[in-house]
Design a binder for this molecule. Structure first.
Ligand code: FPP
Length: 249
């Protein structure tokens, strides 16, 4: 029985975030270079995006390249950048057909100009789509994002745009790169690592964490459906007691 039959379609998370991990190990297991693993990983991206869209998930955030990933060998960084440009080029029409809206979070200015241009073009082309919001985290790290927010709050304070008393969770959220998106209800990380790795630290405060040993290139439709099913078995309490949740208090 497919997990699709087990899933409660009336209780789908609106935002799912994914740390796509294990491309390198997958390549090694198959006796291939790391870049081959990333290429295979791009197929998993397609399948997960299609499945999320089919389930009417509203936001899907994928961690494609972290600030720390710049420290990898230049050849791998270059290959990842080329793969991103190629994936966007190849998939843009399909994204538009599926009514998907593309966004990017991260330090975009640090990306090579070609990548920046491709991204801007795809974001512009999909700006009127009303289906799934596909958010790619690129040159992103949560500490970078939080420091950026603090600096911008300091600037706005200095320019008399905000009062100290008004700095609350709501205002702070508006200074994050994710200001347009709700917090994820579910974080998926593949490959058996059980870490957050500087990803959406503020936004994941109450998210359910789902870890699977499956390496990202092997993570396909059924694996994603299973993660959604497992999420539906969890009880989200937000600091309340189980009884309070059951009684709707
Ligand atoms: C982590 O595996 C994966 C990445 C750093 C890159 C993820 C990128 C893709 C899947 C390419 C396509 C992306 C899009 C959005 C089209 P790893 O290299 O850290 O694996 P390892 O831990 O086994 O070495």
């Amino acid at each position: 029985m497919s997990y699709l039959e087990k899933i409660d379609l009336s209780y789908i998370p609106q935002h799912v975030a994914v740390i796509m991990d294990g491309n390198g190990r997958w390549a090694k297991q198959h006796g291939r270079k790391r870049v081959f693993g990333h290429r295979q990983g791009a197929y998993s991206v397609q399948e997960v995006v299609e499945t999320a869209s089919m389930l009417k998930i509203k936001y899907l955030t994928l961690y494609a390249f972290s600030t720390e990933n710049w420290k990898r060998p230049k050849a791998e960084v270059d290959a990842l950048m080329s793969l991103l440009v190629k994936s966007i080029n190849d998939q843009l029409n399909k994204l538009l057909e599926q009514n998907i809206k593309l966004s990017v979070i991260g330090d975009i200015n640090s990306l090579p100009p070609k990548v920046q241009n491709e991204i801007s073009r795809a974001i512009k082309a999909s700006e009127n789509s009303t289906g799934l919001n596909l958010i790619i985290a690129l040159s992103y790290s949560s500490r970078w994002e939080i420091l950026r927010a603090v600096k911008n709050i300091a600037i706005d304070y200095k320019n008399d745009k905000i009062d100290v008393q008004n700095i609350d969770e709501n205002l702070f959220t508006q200074y994050l790169t994710t200001f347009n998106f709700p917090d994820p209800e579910l974080l998926i990380r593949t490959s058996g690592e059980e870490r957050i790795s500087n990803f959406l630290l503020w936004q994941l405060s109450y998210s359910e964490l789902y870890f699977t040993k499956v390496l990202w290139p092997d993570f396909k439709k059924e694996n994603f459906l299973q993660a959604i099913y497992e999420y539906q078995q969890r009880e989200r309490r937000f600091g309340k007691t189980s009884d309070q949740i059951k009684l709707g208090k």
